[in-house]
Design a protein around this ligand. Structure first.
Ligand SMILES: [Fe+2]
Length: 126
């Protein structure tokens, strides 16, 4: 059973699904169950994937990676999400050729976190 805000990926076609409202059904794509994307903080390549956060006034500035992640046609960050506690309060798709840097206009509590989705290396969190 899916849970709100989880992300799932089809390993055959690459579809990524975000759970807006959870229901009891199983997520199926290309004839098989979709895999949940679990956010990593540690793994090979973490320096290019773990979001680096700073608060500047009423903005949350996110740089994906302490070393900027590549933004090539075949390897790029495709989605950055900002959570305040468990609530999704900001989300932005980015595209090859753009910078892996996002500014969210948001007042957040001290319990905010960010997830970044790499099209090759999966989901990462701060
Ligand atoms: Fe990557």
């Amino acid at each position: 059973m899916a849970v709100k805000n989880e992300l799932y990926k089809c390993e055959i076609c690459g579809n990524v699904v975000s759970i807006v409202e959870a229901g009891p059904g199983e997520l199926v794509c290309c004839g098989q169950e979709m895999n949940i994307l679990t956010a990593k903080t540690e793994d090979e390549g973490k320096e290019k994937h773990v979001p680096v956060l700073s608060v500047e006034g009423d903005k949350v500035v996110v740089n994906v990676g302490s070393i900027p992640h590549p933004m090539d046609e075949t390897h790029f960050i495709e989605l950055v999400q900002l959570f305040d506690g468990d609530e999704l309060v900001g989300e932005k798709k980015i595209f090859p050729g753009e910078q892996p840097r996002i500014e969210f206009a948001a007042n957040v509590s001290n319990e905010f976190k960010v997830r970044a989705l790499c099209n090759v290396h999966g989901l990462w969190t701060s």
